[in-house]
Design a protein around this ligand. Sequence first.
Ligand code: NAD
Length: 264
Amino acid sequence: MDLGLTGRWALVCGASRGLGFGCAQALVREGVHVLMVARRPDVLAAAAAQLAAEDAAASGAQVLHCAADITTPEGRAAAFAIRADFDIVVTNAGGPPPGTFRDWDRDAWLRALDANMLTPIELIKATVDGMAQRGFGRIINITSGAVKAPIDMLGLSNGARSGLTGFVAGLARSSIAAQGVTINNLLPGPFDTDRLQGLFASSAQKTGQTVEALAATRRKGIPAQRFGTPEEFGAACAFLCSPLAGFITGQNLLLDGGAFGGTF
Ligand code: NAD
């Protein structure tokens, strides 16, 4: 299916690995020019080179990259200095650490809020009015299944991402909806990325179980009996970014292989 995205410009955050990389790759395959942002210059440069060689060559897309911490004003300024106008913005940054709320002080909460609520809002603020003026825009926030079904040890994520979800629910239904701009959240369940491996490693330390045993138990709890892939995640992102998805806004799409047990 041609998604009709050729020649659009996208800013994809947290794009060097995992779900952000999956989104960047899917967009590049659709002919979207992509500015990839992530913190580590070497890892990011290698990821951008991979997309340029394997995916952009066929689609004609440009692949730019900017090594920056997107959760800081300086990092965002560095990205927007490369290009200011985007048709598509994928917000994403590392998830907060696991733990227990009795150990989290104000600074821990502020870090989580900065990364997983306020940074997406700043990125939206910087781009949404230009999108509305041009009559087309797509904002995708990578949040978490924890917004729908909280995860005990990820209280910082449960809280901070719920704040973003509430804000976006209102903004998506404001005047921008009539100006061709949609905002949707993608809620990953367990996807096979470094983040998931890191969470298993953290649980392994606490419980004495092996990472393999923890992963096997988790897989068994998913009706699909497996973890998702960044490629599957990217495909959902690319569809929501397309003109074909223009009537979908303010939604929270759970991608979890059926793990969430509710009817809706
Ligand atoms: P990951 O750790 O594999 O990759 C994260 C990417 O974001 C990397 O490219 C990293 O360099 C980049 N990044 C992190 N902090 C950044 C910052 N401050 N500025 C710029 N780039 C930054 O993680 P992932 O599995 O791809 O997850 C992406 C998001 O989805 C995270 O917020 C994570 O908590 C959330 N999530 C993931 C899963 C899962 O199963 N993988 C499940 C639920 C939620």
